[in-house]
Write a protein that binds this ligand. Sequence first.
Ligand SMILES: Nc1ncnc2c1ncn2[C@@H]1O[C@H](COP(=O)(O)OP(=O)(O)OP(=O)(O)O)[C@@H](O)[C@H]1O
Ligand SMILES: [Mg+2]
Length: 269
Amino acid sequence: MKENKKQQKTVDKNGIRPQVREVVRPQIREVIRQHIVVCRNVTREYHTGDVTVQALRGLTLEIPQGEFVILLGPSGSGKSTAVNLIGGLDNPTSGQVMVQGEDISGYNAKRMTEFRRRKLGFVFQFYNLIPTLTAGENVEFALQLVSSGDTKARARELMSLVGLGDRIDHFPSQMSGGQQQRVAIARALANRPPLLLCDEPTGNLDVQTSQQVLQVLQNVQKIEGSTVLLITHNMSIPPMADRVVYIKDGVVDHVDVNENPVPILDLNW
Ligand SMILES: Nc1ncnc2c1ncn2[C@@H]1O[C@H](COP(=O)(O)OP(=O)(O)OP(=O)(O)O)[C@@H](O)[C@H]1O
Ligand SMILES: [Mg+2]
């Protein structure tokens, strides 16, 4: 409640903080143009009673368009907080979050929803499929929210993309964890998102199933052209990524660029 009041005061009628209209230096404009995600000095504080937690303490991060990027770091280092801010699920306390050149840092709830619908796909550790709908219907339902075309045909296409063309009529309860996660990925692609955010998508899965899910995500990157940003705790996974961002204590500790990413089947688990 208190937070909302504060937010209302600092945004204009379009839900944008006045600072968004500041003059942006040409060098920074170039960085924004070349990267799908740009975070500049982002902080996020949580207030619970008398306790303040600084989840992010000045996160600065640039993610190039079209890459497969992994976010790695100890528990509590701020990975999910960062992904939630990039995905427009939350507002930063200070700093800027830009996605495809759009500064979303000061967006109100309405603009955030609209932004997510245009730009974002989400995959979480838990699949959250609707149990009373078949796999195909789960995907179609998401498609109906964002498009008016032939949603049945597109749902079939997406189910094939995730390697489940023959499971369209199965209910979630009739599928394995890995298969359900792949349905969740197909669903996340309904709006053809330029950016797919995945928070521990293989957290619940065994090695072989994790590899299948990673392969599907890499296909999404290569075939659909989405940029993939994935959080994981699994130290076996980073060699398959184009870029690995190490987060520590709410800031970027360092970034490794893999010139030659390892094929997923060759990862050592
Ligand atoms: N809603 C919240 N209210 C209060 N504190 C929070 C909230 N969300 C996160 N935090 C705190 O912010 C810090 C960063 O949390 P975050 O979830 O981003 O970590 P993480 O790197 O994703 O960890 P994990 O690997 O365990 O998922 C933690 O100290 C956490 O307790
Ligand atoms: Mg987390």
